[in-house]
Design a protein around this ligand. Structure first.
Ligand code: NAD
Ligand code: GLY
Length: 359
C-alpha cells in the first residue's frame, strides 16, 4: 500500500492506494470516531461492494442509503434523501459518513456531510478510476443544477481516501477510459514527464496492467495533492485542474447529464482548449496533435457533439465558476506540462475554435 498526504494543516489527510484495501478493517476504523456511520452508495455499487464495507464496520450502528445510479441523480433531491435518512436514524453531529462509489456518490456524500448539522466527518472510498485519481481528493463536493454543472456545493475535506485498486476490475472499459481523461490532464497541466509516460503506456492502462494502473493512480493523486495543498479554495493554481472543463461542463449540461460521461466531455473540452491555445500562439500544431492522439489512444472522443453550435456553447459557458463579472475565463496551455491560470480570450478566437474544430 502507498500512502500520500494532502498537506492542509489541521485538515490534512492521507490517501491510501493499494489492492485489497476493502478487506482492511483496521485501516478504515482508524478514521472512524463515532458509533454511528452512514454509508452512501448507489444501486450498481451496492451489490458489488457494500457488504465488504459493512463487514469492516461490525459492532457499530451502521445505516445505508442506496441512491439511484447516474449523473442525472446528482441533485439536491438525492442529497435530501441522505439528510432524511440521517435524521430518521437520529444521527448526531459526531456521526461519520462513508461515500462508497464514483465521483457522483463522492460529490454528493461529501456535500451531505458538509451540510448535515453544519458538518460531520466523512471518508471517501472511490470505486472508479476517475474518482480515485481526482474527485475523491481535494474536498470539492456538490451537485448539479439544471442550468449548470456542479453549481451548488462546498469545499469540505474528507478524513481519508481509501482507493482500493482491486475494485477497478468490475469497471467497464468506457468508464476506465473516462478516468484516463483526468489522468492525462495532470500530465498536460503540470507534469510533462508523466504525459510522455502516458503516451508510452496508454495501451497498458487500457489492458488494465496492474503496475501501470497503480503508477497512474499514484502519480495523479500526488499531482492533485500538491495542487490542492497549494490552493485549497481555488484562488489561484487549483483552477488549472479545470483544463478542458469549461467546454466539458457545457457539453454535459447542454447534452443532458449522463449523456456524455464527465471524462469524455473533459477529453473533448481539452482538445478544444488545445486548439484555442494554438490560436493564441502558445501551442504549436505538433503539440495539439500529440494531445489529440493521446485522447484517441485512450478511446475517448475529441470532437464536440454537432447538436451544440457555437452560440449554444457560449450560452452554456456563461455559467461557470471561473467566470468573473460575467466574462468567460478558461484554462489554456502554454506548452504540454504548463497550464495558464484562468484567462479571457478574444470572443472571435473562441468562436473560431467552436465553429472550426473538427478533430
Ligand atoms: P460515476 O460516479 O457516475 O461512476 C461511473 C459509473 O460507474 C456509475 O454507473 C457507477 O455506478 C459505476 N461504478 C462505480 N464504481 C464501479 C465499480 N468499481 N465497478 C463497476 N461499476 C462501478 O462517475 P465518475 O466518473 O466516477 O465521476 C464523475 C463525477 O465526478 C461527475 O459528477 C464529476 O462532476 C465529478 N467530479 C468531481 C471532482 C471533484 O473534484 N469533486 C473531480 C472530477 C469529477
Ligand atoms: N477537479 C477539479 C478540482 O478538484 O479542483
Amino acid at each position: 500500500m502507498k500512502t500520500l498526504q494532502v498537506d492542509l494543516g489541521a485538515r490534512a489527510y492521507p490517501i491510501y492506494i493499494g489492492s485489497g484495501l476493502l478487506d482492511d478493517s483496521a485501516l478504515l476504523r482508524r478514521h472512524i470516531q463515532s458509533q454511528q456511520v452512514m454509508v452512501v452508495t448507489n444501486t450498481t455499487i451496492a451489490p458489488l461492494y457494500l457488504d465488504r464495507v459493512l463487514n469492516l464496520l461490525q459492532g457499530l450502528h451502521v445505516e445505508t442509503v442506496v441512491l439511484p445510479d447516474g449523473e442525472q441523480y446528482k441533485t439536491l433531491d438525492s442529497v435530501t434523501r441522505i439528510f432524511d435518512h440521517l435524521l430518521q436514524k437520529k444521527f448526531s453531529r459526531n456521526a461519520g459518513l462513508i461515500a462508497l462509489g464514483g465521483g457522483v456518490i463522492g460529490d454528493m456524500g461529501g456535500f451531505a456531510a458538509a451540510c448535515y448539522q453544519r458538518g460531520i466527518s466523512f471518508i471517501q472510498i472511490p470505486t472508479t478510476l476517475l474518482a480515485q485519481v481526482d474527485s475523491s481528493v481535494g474536498g470539492k463536493t456538490g451537485v448539479n443544477h439544471p442550468l449548470g454543472k456542479n453549481m451548488i456545493g462546498a469545499f469540505y475535506q474528507p478524513q481519508c481516501v481509501i482507493a482500493d485498486m482491486a475494485v477497478l476490475a468490475t469497471l467497464d472499459d468506457r468508464q476506465l477510459s473516462a478516468g484516463l481523461a483526468e489522468v492525462i490532464k495532470y500530465g498536460l497541466i503540470r507534469d510533462p514527464d508523466f504525459f510522455s509516460w502516458l503516451e508510452r503506456h496508454c495501451n497498458d492502462l487500457l489492458q488494465r496492467d496492474s503496475q501501470a494502473l497503480a503508477y497512474a493512480v499514484e502519480r495523479s493523486c500526488w499531482n492533485k495533492a500538491q495542487v490542492v495543498a497549494a490552493d485549497e479554495m481555488e484562488t489561484g493554481v487549483r483552477a488549472t485542474l479545470n483544463l478542458g472543463h469549461t467546454f466539458g461542463h457545457a457539453i454535459e449540461t447542454g447534452m443532458g447529464y449522463g449523456s456524455y460521461l464527465h471524462g469524455e466531455a473533459v477529453a473533448i473540452g481539452t482538445c478544444l482548449a488545445a486548439d484555442l491555445s494554438r490560436r493564441q500562439g502558445w501551442l504549436d500544431a505538433d503539440a495539439v496533435s500529440r494531445i489529440e492522439r493521446i485522447f484517441k489512444a485512450a478511446r475517448l472522443p475529441i470532437v464536440p457533439p454537432s447538436q451544440l453550435d457555437s452560440k449554444r456553447f457560449m450560452e452554456l459557458m456563461a455559467v461557470d465558476k471561473k467566470n468573473v463579472d460575467g466574462l468567460i475565463r478558461l484554462i489554456l496551455l502554454k506548452s504540454i506540462g504548463a497550464a495558464t491560470l484562468p484567462v479571457s480570450v478574444e470572443k472571435k478566437l473562441l468562436e473560431m475554435t467552436l465553429s472550426d474544430y473538427g478533430g
